[in-house]
Design a binder for this molecule. Structure first.
Ligand code: FCB
Length: 448
């Protein structure tokens, strides 16, 4: 047996009460054509030629909206302790503000009860990218008022399900919400505008702080935020490459942590963004830094960073690295996970619980004889759980690890052919087939 056939850990290798979980998101699995859901920015972005591979979208996705009992059974069969799902704003409030869709609230209510009945701890994340289109019309994350709209959405949602959640997060990956979607234009709403990006980078955090306040006022606890980090490595030994990697790290990793935990944005990033920031933004840090109970870290890869020659901020580009890659083209670099856990604990969260809220890989998985051989995924998970164990041994308070993802799903601009699931989904028949990684995981989680 090597690390490609089975999981090389048991529960005894982790602290008592360490949680093993899996994560999904609403637009990627539910099917937004169902249940009175409003139109989202991902529906309109996907309807625009050239944005998503093969013109695919989340209208049906995994049909989790109807098949959720089967999916929750799978989580239980895997032996997992916890499940992180997200709530779709447009499913609950189709126009983003105003009238509530009771069917939407009922859906999440059933889901939470279904998890509890199966002995699985529910973690809800309020926002995983599918902004109601009616709010995108009003400027979306560029408009400061979104902090109020988001606070109202939080109130409506958590009044219904907040009493039974084990934990809750405000946002999934503020970097993606703001920078990837408003500066790089890769994700909805597909903007490439530095002022839009600077506004979104701030308003997302303001909305985060407001939502934490709302959830506290409802008596909820175990509240956090989920951030994604990428390890930025200079492409060569030059001073310019070092500076480029440092700035990449600032925008990607230090900005959002700085706001929430230090009431400040990093100076090197502000040097480029200050003139585009909302007026008087620093007055919002008291709200942004509303205390949280944990930090969620999503981690996948590292990037090699080199200077570019545009003369414009931020003046860097990514270059291809030499390490083995997943089908996403992402280098496999578990050391980065160790780095981010220990660094976030040391520099920002200082003893607060940390959860790895997403980690996993896409493979070219195929069903053969009702089985999917995904030894690469088993090895990937082993390597990253080793990194988590090392971080814990070195004193980091990691309380849980969530695999992305339960099911193969709609991988945003790449559509349905990037398969991240522990469970294979045939998108013609919607049949679920647990992969070998699923079996390996359930085997190891059975052992104490
Ligand atoms: C993360 C997202 C998640 C999924 C994985 C592969 O950035 O949170 O929805 O797309 O990447």
């Amino acid at each position: 047996m090597n690390d490609r056939d089975c999981m090389n850990f048991s529960r005894a290798d982790f602290p008592d009460n360490f949680e093993f979980g899996t994560a999904t998101s609403s637009y990627q699995i539910e099917g937004h054509a169902f249940g009175g859901c409003g139109q989202t920015q991902w529906d309109t972005f996907a309807a625009t030629a050239g944005n998503v591979a093969r013109g695919e979208n989340g209208a049906i996705a995994c049909d989790h909206y109807h098949r959720w009992p089967e999916d929750l059974d799978l989580i239980q069969q895997a032996g997992l302790d916890s499940y992180r799902f997200s709530t779709s704003w447009a499913r609950i409030i189709p126009q983003g503000r105003g009238a509530v869709n009771q069917q939407g609230l009922d859906f999440y209510d059933r889901l939470v009860d279904g998890l509890l009945e199966r002995g699985i701890k529910p973690y809800a994340c309020l926002y995983h990218w599918e902004l109601p289109a009616a709010l995108a019309d009003l400027g979306g994350w560029r408009n400061r008022e979104i902090a109020d709209w988001f606070a109202d959405f939080t109130q409506v949602t958590m009044e219904r399900i907040g009493d039974r959640l084990h934990g809750a997060a405000t946002f999934n990956e503020p970097w993606c919400i703001a920078w990837l979607s408003h500066f790089m234009g890769y994700h909805a709403p597909g903007l490439r505008d530095i002022r839009a990006a600077a506004h979104a980078m701030h308003h997302t955090l303001l909305a985060h702080g407001r939502a934490i306040q709302v959830m506290r006022s409802l008596g909820m606890n175990n509240l956090g935020v989920v951030m994604n980090f990428e390890y930025a490595e200079p492409a060569d030994g030059s001073d310019e490459a070092h500076a480029a990697a440092r700035l990449y790290d600032g925008i990607y990793n230090r900005w959002f942590l700085g706001g929430v935990f230090n009431k400040a944005y990093p100076d090197d990033v502000l040097a480029g963004l200050l003139q585009y920031m909302p007026e008087n933004f620093a007055a919002d840090f008291e709200t942004i830094a509303e205390p949280v109970d944990w930090l969620g870290i999503n981690y996948y890869t590292r990037k090699l960073v080199a200077p570019d020659k545009t003369g414009l901020f931020p003046g860097y580009k990514e270059v291809e690295g030499p390490l083995p890659k997943t089908t996403m083209g992402w280098e496999i670099y578990p050391q980065g996970l160790y780095h981010f856990i220990t660094w976030a604990d040391r520099e920002y969260t200082k003893g607060l619980p940390i959860y790895v809220t997403e980690n996993g890989m896409a493979c070219a998985d195929m069903v053969k004889d009702d089985s999917v051989a995904d030894a690469d995924r088993i090895s990937f998970l082993n390597q990253h759980l080793d990194a988590v164990r090392r971080a814990i041994a070195d004193g980091a308070p990691v309380h849980g690890y969530f695999i992305w993802s339960l099911l193969d799903n709609f991988e945003w601009t790449l559509g349905y052919d990037q398969r991240f699931g522990l469970v294979h989904v045939d998108f013609e028949t919607l049949k679920r087939t647990p992969k070998q990684s699923f079996a390996a995981l359930s085997q190891s989680l059975k052992n104490d």
